[in-house]
Design a protein around this ligand. Sequence first.
Ligand code: AP5
Length: 224
Amino acid sequence: MENAKPINMVLLGPPGAGKGTQATRLIEAYKLLHISTGDMLREAVKEGGDLGGKLSDYMNRGELVPDEIVTKVVIERMSRPDAQGGVILDGYPRTCKQAESLDAALAGSGKRLNIVLYFGTSEDVLIQRLSGRRICRGCGRIFHTVNMPPKVENICDDCDGELYQREDDKPETVKNRLKVYEQSTHELIEYYREKGLLQEVDGSAPAEELFEAIHVLFQEKGLI
Ligand code: AP5
């Protein structure tokens, strides 16, 4: 699909709202770069060292990683050549301070955000989704034991990789992540509403239906 111009967008919403699932579809359809801070931080944890250990402490408690660490990683990633055709920021910003840093960095490079998609979803749906989420160790594809099961239990449809459950999808951590979302991230809805960028979509809808609705929204906004 042809984009009218590079699209720079933020996916905003609570844990489990379906941001990563839609990001996978959107990057393919609109040829955008997916920048997921959660994925980048999990990679850093895998690499280990002092930083990896420190990050996993925050993440396994369901707390946010300090703003300075995340912002540095995102801004550096956005400055590379493959980000110039448009990006999907998934999981960033998470605080108003991060949003202000992002605005400053975009302005400094003559870019701006085009749209912020807010995935409205009820808490019951979020808990059901997070408890059943499984991820492929090989390619990172996201499944769900009930909503989007693999053809063969615990095996990825695409690459035959083993599926695993994220450490922070365990019930105690999920509760804290939802609390932290309410306390730290929820305020971003107003931040972006005031800037006229916020578009609410129905995160509870089936994934294909939601993807179609986003496509229509992009057409209405003249982004494609
Ligand atoms: P991160 O990895 O960003 O996690 P999150 O925001 O909590 O979001 P999730 O990945 O859990 O959910 P999602 O909305 O992508 O849902 P998904 O599509 O997988 O962050 C993890 C941690 O990293 C944070 O807690 C923090 O410590 C740290 N961090 C990250 N960014 C940070 C930042 N900017 N600042 C500070 N710290 C940061 O879907 C969930 C499940 O539902 C899946 O199983 C899927 O198959 C299923 N599903 C999805 N859509 C549908 C649908 N429409 N219908 C039915 N099922 C569906």
